[in-house]
Design a binder for this molecule. Structure first.
Ligand code: FPP
Length: 238
């Protein structure tokens, strides 16, 4: 096991699939929305901890393009919580976070969209941990969008088809200009990417943990980072 030393997480880029909220609530005989509420509190604390650790960026999967198929009550519950956390997101200005929302926000309420745009604008020049929040996000949809944006430039005669390369596609992702995730963390014992950061995850390590997201602690994040620090990454080389 790697040692926790000063700066052991500094500069890392981390993706987190917040999973297990429903099971956490069920175990307690509570409605699923209670699991999301506790999960959102953990989300808030883990952001603060990432700031302390000087993590470069952290991306949270809050709502996928597929999550709309859940019961309306649950979808509304998550969106209401998201709205409450958007109000609190103005704190990120003080905490020096740059906030970026990944996903198609046009499906969200106008009020939420206005706040998302405003928060992104107000935190644009912050130099601390980048906080990416994926909402109505799908990795495949993001790749399609990037391909369409490049195709539009070809159609406009600005570039040739062969000018489209990995760097140009990356520049057309929601995470343009950011470092790819070093590792993707999925609590709750599941072993899937579930349409999360498909483009950016090419060389990410996958760290699974057997803890439900609402029970996730700072010590669990330490453990995930230490696990990542034991991995030997070769990026296709030797
Ligand atoms: C996955 O658990 C979690 C979600 C689909 C929603 C995550 C949302 C929040 C934590 C709250 C709102 C977001 C923010 C950014 C404040 P699951 O419901 O799939 O759990 P299960 O697999 O146990 O059913």
């Amino acid at each position: 096991m790697a040692e926790k030393t000063d700066g052991f997480a500094k500069g890392l880029s981390i993706g987190i699939i917040m999973d297990g909220n429903g099971r956490w609530a069920k175990k307690r005989g509570l409605p699923r929305t209670a699991g999301h509420k506790k999960g959102a509190e953990v989300f808030r604390d883990i952001i603060r901890y990432c700031n302390e650790l000087e993590v470069a960026s952290v991306t949270f999967y809050a709502f996928s393009t597929e999550n709309w198929s859940r019961p309306l009550e649950e979808v509304n519950g998550i969106m209401k919580l998201f709205g409450e956390y958007l109000v609190m997101a103005y704190d990120y200005q003080k905490e020096n976070n740059r906030v970026v929302f990944l996903g198609d926000r046009t499906a969200l309420s106008q009020r939420h969209q206005d706040m998302m745009n405003d928060i992104e604008e107000k935190t644009r020049n912050n130099t601390g941990t980048i906080l990416n929040v994926a909402v109505n996000y799908g990795g495949r949809q993001e790749i399609v969008r990037a391909a369409q944006r490049c195709a539009q430039r070809v159609a406009a005669g600005e570039i040739r088809p062969e000018d489209i390369d990995v760097a140009m596609m990356s520049d057309n992702m929601y995470t343009a200009g950011q470092k790819d995730p070093d590792f993707i963390l999925r609590p709750s014992g599941e072993h899937r990417l579930s349409n999360f950061m498909l483009w950016q995850a090419s060389y990410a390590e996958f760290v699974e943990m057997d803890v439900l997201w609402p029970d996730f602690t700072r010590a669990d994040l330490d453990a995930a980072i230490l696990e990542f620090n034991t991995r030997s990454r070769r990026f296709g080389g030797l």
